[in-house]
Write a protein that binds this ligand. Structure first.
Ligand SMILES: CCCCCCCC/C=C\CCCCCCCC(=O)SCCNC(=O)CCNC(=O)[C@H](O)C(C)(C)COP(=O)(O)OP(=O)(O)OC[C@H]1O[C@@H](n2cnc3c(N)ncnc32)[C@H](O)[C@@H]1OP(=O)(O)O
Length: 246
């Protein structure tokens, strides 16, 4: 099974290649609380608060097996684990966060909206900078229920949006989702593990086009497939591989 997972992670999307990165505040948001994911620039975790994208006791054997496999592949730099925090601003490198000292303190990143382990979004993302691709290992907990026993479609959309969003940020800096189109093919059982495999297809001016597949661990079941369009908000901050620097 694990072999299947790895081949899935490596070869699921042979057509998908390459990309850079970035983040957000848009012109229309200038007067609003500053959004920020723009800086792909540093998936760094120096001096950061709790990193949620690390194993915890709620992770199933499948989740751990996949995590260990990707961690192994990360040793040569092919893949990079993306740290994950409970506030969006904490994803920014220190030098960038300094500019956000005035942002409100009561916010919470949607996918990390609970401290309890295992009941909500359990996930970890790995970035392949060369392929401009992010694979997210996702274990939906019981608080994500939609149809009895299965993950709510909105929660699936959220994890897809964030995974392709990570790719778009990496490729283009400050971005926002303009379009997300999802075909739900098979329900995702709560507590199971799926791979959300996303990549940048192409960039045309400010438009970043991406695609994504959600499959089970052996790759045989397609749970969902999606396409997305992200719009780059600030071309001046566009960066390419800087985000990959440690
Ligand atoms: C969080 C921590 C991150 C840390 C980073 C590292 C860690 C990575 C890990 C994890 C990453 C997590 C990432 C999360 C990701 C979540 C993202 C969201 O959910 S965003 C919320 C939902 N989206 C909105 O609320 C947008 C609302 N819409 C707007 O604000 C605007 O419409 C916007 C900015 C999208 C575009 O507005 P304009 O004024 O800048 O640009 P215009 O001129 O309208 O469009 C530009 C071009 O794009 C086309 N376009 C725009 N929208 C389109 C659409 N829906 N479909 C097709 N084309 C569209 C237009 O036709 C135009 O094309 P022509 O230049 O004329 O060829």
């Amino acid at each position: 099974m694990l072999r299947g997972c790895v081949s899935l992670a490596r070869g699921l999307r042979p057509g998908l290649r390459a990309a850079p990165h970035g983040a957000w505040p848009g012109p229309r948001l200038a007067a609003a609380p500053q959004p920020f994911w723009g800086h792909t620039a540093g998936f760094s975790q120096l001096g950061r608060p709790k990193d949620f994208a690390l194993p915890n006791p709620s992770w199933s054997q499948d989740m751990m097996s996949l995590y260990n496999k990707f961690a192994e592949m990360a040793k040569d730099g092919t893949w990079k684990r993306i740290p994950s925090y409970d506030r969006s601003v904490d994803h920014l490198p220190e030098r960038v966060r300094q500019a956000f000292k005035e942002v409100r303190q009561d916010t919470r990143f949607f996918l990390r909206n609970t401290d309890a382990e295992g009941i909500g979004f359990e996930y970890v993302m790995f970035l392949n900078p060369t392929e401009k691709r992010i694979v997210c290992l996702f274990q939906p907990g019981p608080y994500l229920e939609g149809v009895s026993g299965f993950a709510h479609g909105g929660s699936i959309a959220a994890i897809i949006d964030s995974t392709v969003g990570g790719c778009a940020i990496f490729a283009a800096g400050k971005v926002m989702t303009a379009n997300l189109s999802i075909n739900y093919r098979n329900p995702i059982p709560l507590g199971s593990v799926v791979l959300v495999d996303s990549k940048v297809d192409r960039i045309e001016g400010r438009k970043v086009f991406l695609s994504c597949e959600v499959r089970n661990v052996d790759g045989q079941t397609l749970h969902a497939e999606a396409t997305a369009l992200f719009i780059q908000l600030d071309t001046k901050t566009s960066q390419q591989q800087e985000a990959c620097s440690p």
